[in-house]
Design a protein around this ligand. Structure first.
Ligand SMILES: [Ca+2]
Ligand SMILES: [Ca+2]
Ligand SMILES: [Ca+2]
Length: 402
């Protein structure tokens, strides 16, 4: 898939995901720059007759609509951001300053009993368990979340390792502050919680077919699908990682559009056949319970996957990119809560296992260096799509608002 095609897909995904209001009921009006209140229900009913079936839509002559097609350069801000610039260095001191703010600490939700540490390492670096701050924090266990390579100001490359540290201490912020004052640490931060907006997930009753998918019409999806200038692919050959509460990969309108790990599907049960660190990850991974598949136990992830890749098969609705493959990454629990450490692992899995696009339909007011690191690495090979406009503010929500 070419870069511009990815960008078109990303813009389309981002806009459609926002407009469907699955995350909340507000979105940005791109022309007037004002936040407008969207009433999903009335919109759904108003456009009932616009579109009958997916197969009719895909055969439609769309030439007359060409002038109204989405314009990548006009929508550039939807896909461009600071993350991914190879020369950009993440300013950990700035993040530490920002997160010391009392209002920030009141606004974000953190996981009890753990925190994250990112540090530069080489052969002379002391093992983490021997560090004094590790002992001061009454840490009982550490787990590597990810490893990446960073460049110093003089261009010298260093290994950077991110750990999740388990502790019995209750006051995570004081541990974080203490750890941040140590010179062997680049940054310490809590394990943050991220959330879906559960109340706005449409019910199955409201979604009995494409006739109700008014956003497809609104976003000129039909002209994208039928138009060779846009690749005419509907996402063909594209893998979209959905980091969410899991995906019902057996769903009748999704089952043929689920990514399959070829090494694992033809491999040995109980063995990590492709040596990617995950045993039997045939259809993605479950970071909440590594012994389980990424089956959805909440509903949000399946809903998001459906917006992206419901099949063109006369069952149910049709996805924006109905020929793409969904890579399910379960990083959110059955209560719709996500931890930053799981999100970062999910991002890493996605880009290392061939995702072209990473969809992140969750948010928080937290600013996680761990997630920013993961996104920085992912940006080299993936288009990143995140929730935006959900809090009536004209910016991308986390994780892309860093
Ligand atoms: Ca594997
Ligand atoms: Ca296996
Ligand atoms: Ca369908």
């Amino acid at each position: 898939m070419k870069n511009w095609q990815k960008k078109v897909l990303a813009v389309v995904l981002a806009v459609a995901l926002i407009v469907t209001g699955f995350a909340t009921s507000t979105f940005m009006d791109g022309n007037s720059n004002k936040v407008v209140k969207e009433t999903t229900v009335s919109k759904t009913n108003d456009n009932k007759s616009d579109v009958a079936k997916a197969d009719i839509v895909s055969n439609k002559d769309t030439k007359t609509e060409k002038s109204k097609e989405p314009n990548v350069s006009e929508n550039k801000n939807n896909v461009d951001n600071k993350i991914g610039d190879p020369d950009k260095k993440i300013d950990y001191q700035k993040i530490i300053r920002e997160t010391k703010d009392e209002d920030y600490r009141k606004a974000v939700k953190v996981k009890k009993g753990g925190f994250v540490v990112i540090r530069k390492e080489d052969k002379n670096t002391k093992p983490i368990e021997e560090e004094q701050w590790y002992k001061d924090a009454k840490a009982t266990d550490s787990e590597v979340i990810m490893e990446n390579t960073i460049k110093d100001n003089d261009g010298k490359e260093h290994k950077q390792v991110s750990y999740k540290i388990t502790t019995d201490e209750k006051d995570i912020w004081s541990i974080v502050d203490n750890t941040n004052s140590q010179n062997t640490v680049e940054i310490a931060e809590p394990v943050y919680k991220y959330f879906t907006s559960e109340e706005s997930v449409p019910s199955a009753e409201d979604n009995k077919g494409m006739a109700k998918q008014w956003y497809l019409k609104d976003q000129k999806l039909e002209s994208v699908w039928g138009n060779e200038d846009y690749g005419n692919t509907a996402g063909e050959g594209t893998v979209v990682a959905v980091i969410d509460t899991g995906v019902d990969y057996n769903h009748e309108d999704l089952q043929d559009n689920i990514w399959t790990n070829s090494a694992e599907v033809s491999g040995t049960t109980g063995a990590d056949d492709d040596n990617n660190g995950y045993v039997d990850d045939v259809h993605g991974i479950n970071l909440i319970d590594p012994n389980e598949t990424p089956m959805d136990d909440h509903g949000h992830g399946t809903h998001v996957a459906g917006i992206i890749a419901m099949e063109n098969n006369n069952v149910g609705g049709v996805g924006i990119a109905y020929k793409s493959k969904i890579m399910p990454i379960k990083a959110g629990g059955s209560d719709g809560t996500f931890y930053s450490s799981d999100i970062a692992k999910g991002i890493e899995y996605a880009y290392k296992n061939g995702a072209d696009v990473i969809n992140m339909s969750f948010g928080s007011s937290a600013h996680s260096a761990l997630i920013e690191n993961a996104l920085q690495d992912a940006f080299g090979s993936c288009v990143l799509v995140a929730a935006a406009g959900n809090e009536s503010v004209p910016t991308a929500d986390c994780p892309l608002s860093t």
